[in-house]
Design a protein around this ligand. Structure first.
Ligand code: AMP
Ligand code: GLY
Length: 436
């Protein structure tokens, strides 16, 4: 069949690389398309310049290219209802409906669902005006957690150390700092603990665990500086022990999938749970309606099953009919190379060389924000530019390989954190010392 992958980042490069190996594309005429794609994705797919906000154009392309399956990478087209438009035309789509994507598109929607279903998460208040929000602060203690309700590219959360900071944060949010995403603000109780991400694929009824990871959201080493979309990740997150994973499925994922089905808006796609491992057990921080970026890059390196078959089975509501997805026991770790200036205004156009040397050092380099210049050379074209990803018997080994590859790159306009995976590497060291 012909498959269309939507998106243009590192997550989509990893998905394209894995989809290209699928039996669904084994026929001589079968083609993987990507829209809009990027120079890395172009190694695995035929890239098409489509505007994903123009649903009619995407539909017209699907008809013309005889697309039999669409995989949606990022959240924006899901929240915007592109999946519904495609399904309406009879095309199977991996990714939730617009209504179900509210689990990512509205923090207030998710908090209300958790409250109704008894899902462990931080206490909260939804507020729709500055006056209401300031009054609501009385119900909380410092540090204050303030969240723009809608999509804000991972940047809509403010953690305020003092009441004065919280008040000025609220004022900026209601003044339009995050655009319409901040028309409503959710104030939350602060949760303490280690964060981890858990992925489940569901067809609306059946739930299939799909790996775990730990992300590094702050821009600087030692988790300092402003939040980003993610500076690196590793998988699996062993801090999520089998017992904790069981608890997450039973107390968080399963009641969510059931509540969505009961409401007549079944969730079909990948459910990405951001978790806080608190002294009282795992609690939900937030849901995303798509794979994590860069967590997906680490997951795809470990996935042994046929990605296309798993995603199509979810889209066709027949997950019960396929074997459980298998992942390598090895660890995978991905280091994000970002352009100078990120997460502020990233510098565009700096040259990127040495990709072959980096891959020869034992890593895969996924393209996140790259472009070709007029001479065909590769240049930076975004905030997060490359995702250098390696496997290893341990997280420490995967980390060492990834950084060897980073050092083989010649990309003077890019920077990265040097400590991706540090929590797990420290645990591995401690375990080795105990054993020794
Ligand atoms: P979110 O976009 O909701 O994932 O939040 C971004 C980051 O803010 C999370 O990864 C956490 O580090 C932090 N955060 C969000 N909500 C809370 C909370 N209730 N308590 C403590 N930290 C939080
Ligand atoms: N890496 C965080 C995210 O994808 O939301």
């Amino acid at each position: 069949m012909n498959i269309l992958l939507l998106g243009a980042g590192g997550r989509e490069h990893a998905l394209a690389w894995k989809l290209a190996q699928s039996r669904l594309l084994a026929g001589a005429q079968d083609t993987l398309y990507a829209a809009p794609g990027n120079p890395g994705i172009a190694d695995h797919a035929s890239c098409v310049a489509l505007d994903l906000t123009d649903h009619a154009a995407v539909l017209a392309f699907c008809e013309e290219a005889l697309i039999g399956f669409v995989v949606v990478g990022p959240e924006a087209p899901l929240v915007d209802g592109l999946g519904d438009a495609l399904r309406g035309a009879g095309i199977p789509v991996f990714g939730p409906s617009q209504q179900a994507a509210q689990l990512e598109g509205s923090k207030g929607f998710t908090k209300d669902l958790c409250a109704r279903a008894g899902i462990p998460t931080a206490g909260y208040r939804r507020t729709a005006s500055l006056a209401e929000a300031r009054a609501a602060l009385d119900a909380f203690e410092a540090p204050y957690v303030l969240k723009a309700d809608g999509l804000a590219a991972g940047k809509g959360v403010v953690i305020a150390a003092t009441r004065a900071e919280a008040e000025s944060g609220l004022a900026e949010m209601f003044a339009g700092q995050f655009g319409s995403a901040g028309a409503e603000v959710v104030i939350e109780e602060f949760m303490e603990g280690e964060e981890a991400s858990f992925f489940a694929i569901t067809d609306g009824a059946i739930i299939v665990p799909f790996g775990s990871a730990q992300d590094h959201k702050r821009v600087g080493d030692g988790d300092t500086g402003p939040n980003t979309g993610g500076m690196g990740a590793y998988s699996p997150a062993r801090v999520l022990t089998p017992m904790l994973r069981g608890e997450v499925i039973e107390r968080i994922i399963a009641p969510t999938v059931k509540a969505m089905a009961d409401a007549g808006t079944p969730y079909c796609g990948v459910l990405y749970a951001g978790l806080m491992l608190t002294a009282d057990g795992p609690k939900l921080i937030e849901y995303n309606a798509r794979f994590g970026d860069p967590e997906c890059q680490a997951l795809m390196m470990r996935l042994e099953s046929d990605l296309g078959e798993v995603l199509l089975a979810a889209a066709e509501h027949r997950l019960a009919s396929i074997p459980a997805p298998r992942f390598a026991r090895e660890a995978a770790l991905t280091v994000v190379m970002a352009a100078d200036g990120y997460p502020g205004t990233p510098a565009k156009g700096s040259p990127i060389n040495g990709l072959a040397a980096a891959e020869a050092a034992g890593a895969r380099v996924f393209h996140a924000g790259t472009a070709r210049d007029s001479g065909g050379g590769l240049v930076a074209n975004g905030g997060r530019v490359l995702n250098v990803t390696a496997l290893g018997a341990s997280v420490a080994e995967a980390q060492a390989r990834a950084y060897q590859a980073v050092d083989a790159l010649d990309a003077p306009g890019l920077f990265c954190r040097r400590d991706i995976g540090w929590r797990e590497v420290a645990r591995e060291d401690a375990a080795a010392q105990t054993a020794g």
